[in-house]
Design a protein around this ligand. Sequence first.
Ligand SMILES: [Ca+2]
Ligand SMILES: [Ca+2]
Ligand SMILES: [Ca+2]
Length: 205
Amino acid sequence: MIAANTNASYDGCFPGASGSDVISLPAGTYNLTGPAGDDASANGDLDIDPGGGPLTILGSAIDANEQPTSIIDANNVDRAIHVIPDALAGDVQLLALGVRNGNATADGGGLLVGDPDADVVIDTTRWQGNDTTDYGGAVHFGDGVTGSSIYIEQSEFSGNTAGEEGAPSGSTCRMEGAWQRSSTPPSSATARTRWAVRSTSARGR
Ligand SMILES: [Ca+2]
Ligand SMILES: [Ca+2]
Ligand SMILES: [Ca+2]
């Protein structure tokens, strides 16, 4: 991740490019370690800097039960993935991934898109057991985001919780073939915590 962000070699990794970078994750579980709070991919969440150019994180093949076999496990020490704010626009794709056990005290238990002009595609993913005391148990995309989009396709959300709202109601977040298990409409505060995705000012595409 650091090589992709900085477009330089890092710790034996090939240097990233200012053009598109692809990080391919073979099947397996990738355990993140803490502490939380850094934004340079040194600890905790994987921090994606859109200024490093377009980035795809690509998992391996899905299994016979149509579940991703490449799993990012945040071990409840931080959220899993963070798109940090950057002056440049950026494209981020998360494909064929499981993301589980994210835990944040700020928005986005599994993923926080904090960049104001990122375009994010999430396809063939499974979000499990991600929690936040704030907004968006699995995915938060919103505050201060004015020129960007998020597109969630063929993805499952299960057992993610949020202390505040987590549903995509009234937003322009676009979800196709995505579903939430163990989730109910946000008719009550308790129900709202079951929902996984929150998006405020984004536009769909
Ligand atoms: Ca790059
Ligand atoms: Ca971070
Ligand atoms: Ca981090």
